[in-house]
Design a protein around this ligand. Structure first.
Ligand code: NAG
Length: 359
């Protein structure tokens, strides 16, 4: 396997700034206590802070995982409870300026993708052991595997969210097929899903609606997350940190991650869903976030205008400290983290999956 040469520069990129709104929250103190750690300089520059890992400059830990058969653009990525990597890809379809009409509808010339769009991959050797999702999807986007191994996917082409069971059989669909909209029964190019253990789920919606919606397990809308005063611009990825009652949103074009109360705890000490708890600002265009052990890992794309390089970053949710883990992975679109701490990043152009050890 090819070793990708990348510089581990470890720059502190941002700090979480706690917003002390919820007196009675059960969120750890660290989240509200990080006001003192603001690393941006007054001129807006982010200082370079060398770290003392002393492990050389090139990360020999990052590999391209070559799959045993070619996949299309991998837009979504997850790991199931048996350790398989599940990729949601676009087969031969690509998103270009002719894909949608001006009113967000999929170009009528584009039918359903006939090929398989879901690949089950052995993360150790890249072997594709099974494929699913033929004749179901129009433009695959996000994939999330819940605690029961149900597979939740979003299709920006059909404007729908689908729940598949662990055998990849569709069991529920949300949103009206091919019909974009902004009421509680419609989505418009939804990007990602996060699922709580009680079955409630969150949908990032998406490219045209600046909102994140919370539903009960049957798909009834129960909350809307996000501020009308300070709206999201393409909420692109969600990560639910359930034991902290936090829903984090990768607010892509605002170049930030915002975390809100998820409203999942019961009883008088709970705080309602949607209260802003903390955020990391000016971190670049965040395409994907996922959490492991209270570390939020994310991938950003480059921003030529602002001369920001793409990077993999890690935020310690409890301390609020953020740092660059790795630079040089272009166009990362989706990530998944194994329980052992292997991070997989799916890039779109070049179309490949990169794996690296987070530990
Ligand atoms: C999709 O299916 C067509 C027809 O069988 C095939 O030619 C093409 O290579 C497939 N694409 C991918 C990415 O597997």
């Amino acid at each position: 396997m090819a070793v990708i040469k990348m510089i581990v520069s470890s720059v502190l990129i941002a700090s979480f700034i706690g917003i002390s709104t919820a007196e009675q929250s059960e969120v750890p103190i660290g989240l509200f206590d990080s006001q003192a750690d603001v690393f941006a300089l007054p001129n807006g520059e982010i200082p370079e802070v060398p770290i003392d890992e002393g492990n050389g400059e090139e990360d020999e830990n990052a590999f391209i995982l070559s799959t045993s058969k070619p996949l299309g653009q991998v837009a979504g990525l997850g790991i199931d409870s048996t350790g398989n990597l599940i990729a949601f890809h676009r087969a031969d379809r690509e998103w270009n300026e002719d894909t949608f009409t001006k009113d967000f509808k999929l170009n009528k010339a584009l039918g359903v993708i006939p090929n398989a769009t879901i690949a089950v991959i052995d993360p150790n050797n890249g072997k594709v052991s099974a494929e699913f999702g033929e004749n179901l999807f129009y433009l695959p986007h996000g994939l999330t595997i819940d605690h029961e191994d149900n597979v939740w996917v979003t299709d920006v082409g059909s404007h729908q969210v689908h729940k598949l069971d662990k055998n990849f059989k569709p069991v529920m669909s949300f949103g009206e097929k091919m019909m974009p909209g902004s009421d509680e029964k419609h989505f418009c190019k939804p990007t990602d899903v996060a699922v709580a253990k009680n079955g409630h789920f969150f949908v990032a919606d998406g490219y045209c609606n600046s909102r994140v919606l919370k539903f009960d397990s049957k798909g009834n809308l129960i909350d809307i997350i996000g501020s009308e005063m300070d709206p999201f611009i393409i909420p692109h990825s969600l990560s639910l940190i359930e034991d902290l009652n936090l829903l984090c949103v990768a607010d892509r074009e605002n170049e930030r991650v915002q975390c809100f109360s998820a409203g999942l705890k019961e009883g008088h000490r709970s705080i309602p869903a949607g209260i802003p708890i903390t955020s990391a600002d000016n971190i670049g265009r965040v395409f994907a976030i996922r959490e492991r052990k209270h570390f939020l890992v994310g991938v950003t794309g480059s921003d030529a205008e602002e001369a920001v390089e793409s990077q993999v970053f890690v935020i310690d949710i409890e301390s609020g400290k953020a740092q660059t883990f790795l630079k040089g992975i272009e166009n990362g679109h989706a990530i998944a983290i194994s329980p052992e701490g292997t991070l997989f990043v799916a890039q779109i152009n070049p179309n490949q999956i990169v794996s690296m050890n987070l530990n």
